[in-house]
Design a protein around this ligand. Structure first.
Ligand code: AMP
Length: 125
């Protein structure tokens, strides 16, 4: 495994669900795609609009992504903004990177949750 794979030796290297969605091995409701990112609807939406934006190269979380490939992080955010536009979220939206188990991260392939389409509540506990 090369250092460019985004996963180092101490991380579990088992394929994640999101890699299977990127490879079209698992179906998903894909709303937008670029060379470096993919966006699909969350299977358990927490807002009227809830889309996940995932870089096609796997990093564990947003901090690892930012350190390794800031351009790719910018691609993820730019894709989220583009999807917000396509979904008509002109009134505002929220982007959330759950990072680590205490934040509720369950898929350890970095992704941003794009939430909107209604007045959102407060967040945190
Ligand atoms: P996180 O908890 O931040 O790691 O986010 C993982 C997200 O993936 C959750 O919001 C899940 O609802 C979502 N999810 C799990 N399985 C699927 C799937 N097959 N297709 C789309 N979203 C999924």
């Amino acid at each position: 495994m090369s250092e460019h794979d985004g996963i180092d030796d101490k991380d579990d290297s088992a394929e994640t669900l999101f890699e299977r969605i990127i490879a079209r091995e698992v179906p998903a409701d894909i709303v937008y795609e670029t060379d470096t990112t993919i966006a699909f609807r969350d299977i358990s939406p927490q807002a009227a609009t809830h889309v996940l934006v995932v870089p096609k190269t796997r990093y564990r979380d947003v901090a690892e992504l930012a350190a390794a490939d800031p351009r790719l992080l910018a691609d993820v955010v730019t894709t989220a903004a583009r999807v917000a536009e396509l979904e008509g979220l002109g009134g505002g939206y929220r982007v959330v990177f759950n990072t680590g188990a205490d934040a509720g991260q369950t898929v350890f392939h970095v992704h941003v949750h794009l939430l909107g389409g209604e007045q959102l509540g407060s967040f945190g506990r």
